[in-house]
Design a protein around this ligand. Structure first.
Ligand SMILES: [Zn+2]
Length: 268
């Protein structure tokens, strides 16, 4: 009798655990604003968010990013391999953002001259296009490494006051390092944009698959070109201060399609 009870308890424990494992989608219980997340389900299952089916790799990986101001709870629709739907919910925890005050920027970067506006518009379009790519690459499933080591000189989401004028929040993570310091790819991917842009200077965008991309700005030199495959850890360029920068640093950004994410949350 005792053995039987024990066995029943084990079966119960195991079955409830597997039910839980399926509904958690391989995600942490609490998600952070501005975070990039990678979940895993069975390859023949489905997951939807905000009415859209998320791209699933043949291994069952999917990814999504949370807006830096996402609040409360988010809910997915998860359809298991038998066709049953579940609606798992996840809490979103807020992140504290600070104010960033920068003075001494050249005037042309605060109120750009008329002739620069066309270029700025063209630059924006180029970057936006690169962020629409929805490739099958799986770099996003890797653990990030720092693209460059140095002093953190600006955090993501900081509300900014440039030369006394209130600007849009900072959408990247700034690492200050001497000019010429090597920058490496923090995860593997493919270069989808490499150009000299008005605000961000020499800029590279890397696609990591499923809408995840990263951007590297103000480079002194870029050593990769569009179409290049970059493995995690390989050199992509060097730190500089091209574009709107007061000193040599890497402005590092991360996106899930058009959603700007906080790269700092990915760092070890
Ligand atoms: Zn920056």
């Amino acid at each position: 009798m005792r053995v039987l009870t024990f066995m029943m308890m084990m079966i119960l424990a195991l079955s409830s655990r597997s039910a839980y494992a399926a509904a958690d989608l391989g995600l942490p219980k609490i998600l952070k604003q501005g975070g990039l997340y990678v979940g895993k389900i069975e390859p023949n299952e489905k997951v939807f968010w905000k009415g859209k089916e998320l791209k699933l790799s043949k291994e069952g990986y999917f990814t999504f990013g949370l807006n830096w101001r996402e609040k409360g709870e988010i809910q997915f629709k998860y359809v298991d391999k038998k066709g049953y739907a579940k609606f798992p919910k996840f809490k979103v925890s807020p992140v504290k953002y600070n104010v960033q005050i920068i003075n001494g920027l050249p005037k042309k970067f605060i109120s750009p001259p008329k002739e620069a506006l066309i270029r700025i518009k063209k630059d924006g379009k180029l970057v936006r296009l690169s962020r629409k790519i929805n490739s099958d690459l799986l770099g996003f499933t890797q653990k990030f490494i720092w693209p460059v080591r140095g002093r953190i000189s600006g955090r993501f989401g900081g509300h900014r006051i440039l030369n006394g004028k209130e600007m849009r929040p900072h959408t990247g993570f700034d690492i200050a390092a001497p000019k010429g310091t090597k920058i490496i790819a923090p995860i593997s991917g493919r270069v989808t944009m490499a150009a000299d842009l008005y605000y961000t200077g020499n800029t590279i965008v890397i696609d990591h698959g499923h809408g995840v991309s990263t951007v590297y700005c103000h480079l002194d030199t870029a050593v990769v070109k569009v179409g290049d495959t970059v493995m995690q850890g390989v050199k992509i360029g060097t730190v500089g201060s091209t574009g709107r920068a007061t000193g040599p640093h890497l402005h590092w950004g991360m996106n899930w399609f058009g959603v700007r994410l906080n790269p700092e949350l990915m760092l070890p």
